[in-house]
Write a protein that binds this ligand. Structure first.
Ligand SMILES: *Cc1c(COP(=O)(O)O)cnc(C)c1O
Length: 354
């Protein structure tokens, strides 16, 4: 039995893998999902159900469009300022890690980024809290969960400017109030489905105000008008995302998975704090419920623990190459039994080495 704690692409429910593989062989009347036209009525149903599930699961209000795009969250780093930032104006950014940095880097192509607060000095181990967002900012951008450092932002700052959020690694993991945001984006490969798909939820009224000419493929309005089918969409990724969102709905939706996610994170952090060999790396109040980062009190034990984990069927526990240590990604699809197995592993290791 393998336990997959990988950070992304990552575990999806076993039943989703089974349903997806059977659709590769026979989706409809002996045709594979990989060979059908994206304009076929069958696929139009898939895309419509996927959008409907996103709206249902996140309670998306009227006035927002749900888009299924490509290019990953990384393309959104550029599409956001291209579509929302008038030339020469400034957008406010919160610098909480590598992904926020990459988003900030793209802004200069269109205007300027004002970094309102940064956790860089502390190697991104906390979420900055007291900062001002200037009222003339075109928008405020932040990353809700810092996949690499294991911090998560549970409260939104109060601001009147439009709010844009990179929610790639915690979307669908806890309830959010979509009306507090003007644009949400997420690469699919953590909690939504396979790589190759990017979800965007955008408030329609914020678009079309930059005065800039935007290439069609990079223009949210073009994708809204085209129903996310301006060009050939990633058919298989969308299909698997639909299966995964159906699975989430059948489990009771986001509110239910949030309870499970809290239980998983609580169990693991409790063990990290109790176990004499391990310690967490982030400020306790900012600890992520999706990516649990930890190191060893004695760094010399890191290699032996990594080997012990590997020998026992644990996958993907290495920290990001820029941080080191360990990272257990405990996304929606990771069963609590895998968390308990990891806790057992840490306790067994403690018995051997303390
Ligand atoms: C994984 C991740 C990204 C990068 O997504 P791509 O789809 O690879 O572009 C960006 N932001 C966050 C928060 C992530 O977790």
């Amino acid at each position: 039995m393998r336990h997959n704690f990988g950070a992304g692409p990552c575990i999806l429910p076993q039943e989703v893998f089974k349903q997806a593989s059977s659709a590769v062989l026979d989706f409809k009347d002996g045709l594979s999902i990989l060979e059908i036209s994206h304009r076929s009525p069958e696929f139009e149903e898939v895309i419509a159900e996927t959008v409907k599930l996103v709206k249902e699961l996140l309670n998306v209000p009227q006035g927002y469009s749900v888009l299924l795009l490509q290019g990953g969250a990384s393309l959104q780093f550029a599409m956001v300022p291209m579509n929302l930032l008038p030339q020469g104006q400034t957008a406010a950014y919160l610098e909480t890690g590598v992904w926020a940095n990459k988003a900030i880097k793209e802004v200069k192509n269109f205007g300027s980024a004002n970094v309102v607060a940064s956790a860089k000095e502390a190697n991104f181990t906390f979420i900055p809290k007291d900062y001002e967002i200037p009222a003339d900012s075109a928008y405020f951008h932040f990353t809700s969960n810092n996949t690499i450092y294991g911090t998560e932002m549970f409260t939104l700052p109060v601001t009147k400017v439009p709010v844009v959020c990179d929610m790639s690694s915690d979307i669908m993991s806890r309830e959010i109030e979509v009306s507090n945001y003007d644009l949400i984006y997420a690469g699919a490969q953590k909690n939504i489905g396979p790589a190759g798909l990017t979800l965007v939820i955008v408030k329609d009224e914020i678009l079309g105000k930059t005065g800039r000419s935007i290439p069609s493929m990079l223009d949210y309005k073009v994708h809204i008008d085209g129903g996310s089918m301006y060009n050939t969409p990633p058919v298989f990724s969308i299909y698997v995302a639909m299966l995964n969102l159906r699975w989430l709905k059948s489990k009771g939706g986001v509110a239910e998975i949030e309870k499970e996610n809290k239980a998983k994170a609580h169990a693991l952090y409790t063990e990290i704090d109790r176990n004499t060999l391990f310690k967490g790396t982030c400020a306790v109040e900012d600890r992520s419920r999706m990516n649990v980062c930890f190191v060893m009190e004695n760094p010399e034990l890191e290699k032996p623990f990594a080997k012990f984990a590997d020998d026992n069927g644990f996958e993907g526990l290495n920290g990001h190459r820029s941080v080191g240590g360990f990272r257990a990604s405990i996304y929606n699809a990771l069963p609590i039994t895998s968390v308990h197995a990891l806790i057992d592993l840490m306790q067994t290791f403690e018995e051997k080495y303390k």
